[in-house]
Design a protein around this ligand. Structure first.
Ligand SMILES: Cc1ncc(COP(=O)(O)O)c(C=O)c1O
Length: 431
C-alpha cells in the first residue's frame, strides 16, 4: 500500500487502519517470497528505467534515455487515421487477430526491409512482435536452457542483457574496436567456450550504430562474422532498429541479406515511427519459422490489431521514407551538437565515439574512474547519463558512459555536456 498525503490524518500521523493495511501487505510480501521462481531473482529493472523518473525533473538535461523525437510526426493526421480505422473497421481493429500479425503489415515490413537491403524476405517468414524487445525474448525462450551461452558485443543493449539474464543464460562478451566486433576475438571466444563444453546458442549483435556505443560493424567484417558462427553452428540474432537512421557514410546491408538460413533478423518501428505502438518484428529462417511463431503466440496471443492497422495505414498513405529523412536530418544535427560540445568541454583523458547514425555517443574515461557514483554528482549538476556498467553483464566498475542525443534539442545538448564536464574532470583529477 502506498502512503499518500490523503492517507495521513490531520495531525500528520497514520490512522490505525492504514497501519494495519501496511502490516498486512508486508506480511503477505514476506509469505510470498518463497513462491518466486529461481528465474525471478535474475529479473531486474534496467539502468535506463532507474533514471527514467529522475530524467523527467524540470531543469535537468537528460542525456540518458534513447527516446526518438516524435515532435516531427503529423499527429493531427495520425489521430484522424486512427479514428477512421475504428469508425470504418472497428470490429477488426478491436478484435483478436492472427498470431503472426496481419498479412498486409507483414507484406509492408518486407518493403521496409528491402530499403535496408534484404531483398528476398517473404511475408510468411515475418512474425510481428511487441517491439524488438519481445522478439529477443521469444528467441531466448525458444533456444536457451538455463546455463546455455549467448554471445554479445561488449558493450550491448541493456534490455537484451536483462532478457538473457532472466532466462538464466550465461552471457559472454566479445570485444569491439572502432569497426565493431573483432572476428578473430569472436572465433577465439567460441573455440574456448566450446572447448570448455559450453552450449553456445546464438550471437546477439547490433551491427548498425550499436546501443550504447554508436559503433557500426565494418562492411568487410560482416560476412566473416556470419561464417564464423555458421561454422560453429551458432545462430545470429541481428537487432537492427537504427539501420535506416544513418546520416553519414555508406549504407551497409544487414547480415541477414545474404544469409537467410543463419540469421534471425529483428526490426522495429520504434525508432523510425513511434515506440508507443510497440510494433516490431522478426524475420525468421524458413526452417525455424513455425517454432518461433508458436513461441511468440504463447506470449502475446496476437499482436495488437489496431496498432498494426495504424502502422499499415502509415506505410500505405504517408510519406514514411520522407519522415525517415526528417529524422535523419534531425539526429545528424543533434549528433553534431553533441560532438562539438564534447570537443569543447571534455577534460583531457576523455575520448568518445563518432557515430554515423543512431542515437548514442560512448565516452571513455581513463582507467580507474568508475562512472556509476558519478551519476549522482551529475544529477546534482543538472544532467543525467547512463553509466557504462549497465551495458555489460559483468559487475565490474566501468570507466565508460552513454550519452543519448536523440530526444534533446542542440542547445540543451551543449548545456548538458557543459554541466557534465566538471564532474568528469574532478573524477579524473582524483585518480
Ligand atoms: C538495440 C535495441 N534493440 C531493441 C530496442 C527496443 O526496441 P523496441 O522498442 O522495438 O522493443 C532498443 C531500444 O532502445 C535498442 O536500442
Amino acid at each position: 500500500m502506498g502512503v499518500s498525503h490523503e492517507t495521513l490524518d490531520a495531525a500528520g500521523t497514520l490512522p490505525a487502519e492504514a497501519i494495519d493495511a501496511i502490516e498486512r501487505a508486508a506480511t503477505s510480501a514476506h509469505r510470498h517470497e518463497d513462491l518466486f521462481s529461481e528465474r525471478a531473482a535474475n529479473i531486474r529493472q534496467s539502468a535506463v528505467r532507474d533514471v527514467f523518473d529522475i530524467s523527467m525533473r524540470p531543469g535537468l538535461v537528460s542525456l540518458a534515455g534513447g527516446s526518438p523525437y516524435l515532435q516531427s510526426l503529423p499527429l493531427d493526421r495520425l489521430s484522424a487515421t486512427a479514428a477512421k480505422i475504428i469508425a470504418e473497421d472497428g470490429l477488426t481493429a478491436l478484435q483478436y487477430g492472427a498470431g503472426q500479425g496481419t498479412e498486409e503489415l507483414r507484406t509492408q515490413i518486407c518493403e521496409v526491409m528491402a530499403a535496408e537491403g534484404i531483398l528476398d524476405a517473404r511475408p510468411q517468414n515475418v512474425v510481428i512482435t511487441a517491439g524488438s524487445q519481445s522478439a529477443q525474448d521469444v528467441a531466448t525462450k525458444l533456444f536457451c536452457n538455463p546455463g546455455d551461452v549467448v554471445l554479445v558485443e561488449d558493450p550491448t543493449y541493456v534490455g537484451a542483457l536483462n532478457t538473457f539474464e532472466a532466462y538464466q543464460v550465461q552471457v559472454e562478451t566479445v570485444d569491439m574496436d572502432e569497426s565493431g566486433l573483432v572476428p578473430e576475438l569472436l572465433e577465439a571466444r567460441i573455440a574456448a567456450l566450446q572447448l570448455a563444453g559450453k552450449n553456445i546458442k546464438f550471437l546477439y549483435t547490433i551491427p548498425n550504430f550499436n546501443n550504447p556505443s554508436g559503433i557500426t560493424l565494418a562492411k568487410e567484417r560482416r560476412q566473416q562474422v556470419v561464417d564464423i558462427c555458421r561454422t560453429a553452428n551458432i545462430l545470429i540474432l541481428e537487432d537492427n532498429p537504427y539501420g535506416l537512421l544513418r546520416y553519414s557514410g555508406e549504407h551497409l546491408v544487414p547480415l541477414r541479406a545474404d544469409n537467410p538460413g543463419d540469421v534471425i533478423y529483428m526490426g522495429s518501428f520504434s525508432k523510425i515511427f513511434a515506440p508507443g505502438l510497440r510494433i516490431g518484428w522478426a524475420l525468421v529462417p524458413e526452417h525455424l519459422q513455425r517454432r518461433y511463431y508458436l513461441a511468440a503466440e504463447s506470449v502475446t496471443l496476437c499482436p495488437p490489431a489496431l496498432n498494426q492497422m495504424l502502422v499499415s495505414a502509415y506505410l500505405r498513405e504517408y510519406d514514411w521514407r520522407g519522415q525517415i529523412e526528417t529524422y535523419r536530418g534531425l539526429y545528424a544535427e543533434r549528433c553534431t551538437a553533441m560532438l562539438a560540445a564534447l570537443q569543447e568541454h571534455m577534460p583531457a583523458g576523455a575520448t568518445w565515439t563518432s557515430p554515423e547514425g543512431g542515437f548514442f555517443v560512448w565516452v571513455t574515461l581513463p582507467e580507474g574512474v568508475d562512472t556509476y557514483p558519478l551519476l549522482h554528482k551529475a544529477i546534482d549538476a543538472g544532467v543525467v547519463f547512463i553509466p557504462g556498467a549497465a551495458f555489460t553483464p559483468s559487475d565490474e566498475p566501468s570507466n565508460k558512459l552513454r550519452l543519448a542525443f536523440s530526444a534533446v534539442p542542440p542547445e540543451a545538448i551543449a548545456e548538458g555536456v557543459r554541466r557534465l564536464a566538471p564532474v568528469l574532470r574532478e573524477a579524473i583529477a582524483a585518480l
